[in-house]
Every structure is written in structure tokens, then in C-alpha cells.
Design a protein around this ligand. Sequence first.
Ligand code: HEM
Length: 314
Amino acid sequence: MTHLSKLAQAGVLTNPTTHAEYMTFVINPSNQGVACTNIGIALAKLDVITKSINQKDLDASLSISIGFSALAWPLLFPQIPMPAQLQAFTPMQDGPRVFPATEGDIFVMIKSNRMDLNFQAAKLVMRDLASFTTLIEDIQGYKYLDNRDMIDFVDGTENPTGDERVEAVLVQEDIDLHQGGSYLTVQRYVDHLDKWEAQHTEYQEQVIGRTKMDNVELDDDVKPAWAHNAKSKVEIDDVEIKMLRQNRPWGNAKEHGTFFLGFASTPEIINTSLKQMIYADAQGDYDRLLDFVDAKTGGIYFMPSMTFLAQFDD
Ligand code: HEM
């Protein structure tokens, strides 16, 4: 497992940092012809950008991780086989609950403990990709209180750690070049805090499936079938299959929510979780967290291994 973890991009296996920036790029139709050459030039510079900004403050732990969508892969890397499970995000809807699939060819995740350094990195990354892409979304996420979402519950508690995390997150079964890569599913959610804060704490705790202040999981005999942590948990033949969530709150008083980032060794785990959350089951139960949050975006990216990225080094 340790050998595999060394192949992952710096931001993939690590916990979320105090500040983060999430950048979604699309390839300009008029520049498709140069995309394949220009991505190589841009990737060669990523390491240089990271090192030069990190020099300013090593304690900030800045990392830049990059991923590519299924639609973009053949344009960017026509000579390299696509990761076996790379696929487009499947849009889903059940009644008023909607998970849209939205545009995005290249996704960049910048993590560090300083917003100013993230800004510098983001500016350089945008410049680096400018010859063939347009930045269509640029969201700054940040740590809120003791790692809470803005709905005021601690997020990330049940994430796997150590070897279990490596196994859950990194691809093992693919060509050598893709081993140590990871599939990332992103969704930007907007909260409806007025509606959420109008609920009693007891009901909020049932919706999440944990206590609010102490962050303790509710016992099975009191946890409803529609609790978020019941609906999102994926089990195959009674064995729990984990993912790594690096969610961060984003936004301001006017508009805010959770930026969901789920890493897994196959996108199917997160697809299954999303289906369990959104579609009402035979009892009419769906994830009631979805009564209070709205997904505005949805995308799947492959975050390639360091072996893959090393091909483009100067
Ligand atoms: C607005 C969006 C979301 C919010 C505010 C949110 C919040 C939370 C919170 C507070 C917990 C409990 C603590 C923890 O274990 O982390 C949790 C658990 C979890 N969430 Fe979410 N979540 C969101 C979206 C999602 C999505 C889209 C997925 C999957 C596709 C997901 C998957 C999970 C999983 C797997 C758990 C752990 C379940 C367990 O094993 O106990 N969440 N989430």
C-alpha cells in the first residue's frame, strides 16, 4: 500500500486544509487542435509553480492537484489509454431533488493553509492553461469552526485513515501508468440555511444521523432510514466500501454551501451513494439532507498518478 500512496498527487490522500481553491476549466472549441501539445507544456510547469510558492512558507503545505474528464481525455491525451472507469457524471432526478451534470474538462484543486498563497497559485495555473481553456468556475473553500459544514455538523469523521484510505482511494487495477490515480466526483451544493435553522436540533440530528455538539453517531435503533449517514453509506454483501470526502464550506452570507469532493478507486462507489441518497426507496425514504441543500454542479475527473504526470517533466 505504501508504494501506491507515493504515486498519488499530493492533495489526493491528504485531509482538507484550512483554505482551498477549486477551479473548473473547459477546453475552448477553437483551441482543440493545440490542446494536446499545450497540456503537456502546462503540466510541466505545475511542479515549478508549486515549489516556488511553497518556498514562501513551507508550513502552508501548498499542493496543486489536477484531474481530467472523460470528454477531455481523448483531446488532451490521444496517445494514452483512458483510465478504465473514467466516465461522465450521470445526472439524476427524483421529484424536486436534482443532481445536475455540468461542464468541466479540467479540474484543479489547490490546498494550503493560506488563502493568499492559494490565490497566487490559482493565478499562475489559470495563466498556464489560458492558451486553450476558459476558467468557468473558481470557488474558494475554507475550514469552518471545528471542521463543520455550514449546517453546523462536523464533516469527515467517518473517513478512512492509513492503509484503509489508500485502498479506498487509489486505483490498483489498471495499466501501470494509471496505478495510484484516483477518481474524483465533485458537486457544489448551495444550503438553505433559513429552512435548516428553523428545524429543532433533534430533527437535524436525525437528518445527519449524528449528534450536533458532540458528533456521536446515533444508535441504529434511533437512526432513521432517511438519515444522511445511512443513505450515503455503501455496502456490498454487508461489507462497507469507503470513499474519502474532502468537503469544504464555501461562500459568504448571501450564498454558501458545501463543496463536495469524493475520492475513490472507482467512481461507481460514489455513483451508488448518490443514487441511494436521491431516489426514494420502496418506503418513500430518500436522504432528507437533500430537503435543505441543492446541488448546482456535478462532474467526475480522473486525478492521474505522479508516474503519469512525470511524463511531461521538462
Ligand atoms: C451538502 C452536502 C453534504 C453535506 C453537508 C454532508 C455532510 C455530512 C456529515 C455532517 C456527515 C457525518 C460525519 C462524517 O462521517 O463525515 C456525512 C457523512 C457522510 N457523507 Fe456526507 N454530506 C454531503 C454530501 C455528501 C455526498 C454527495 C455524499 C456521497 C456521494 C456523501 C457521503 C457521505 C458518507 C459516505 C458519509 C459517512 C457515512 C458513514 O459511514 O457514517 N455526503 N456527510
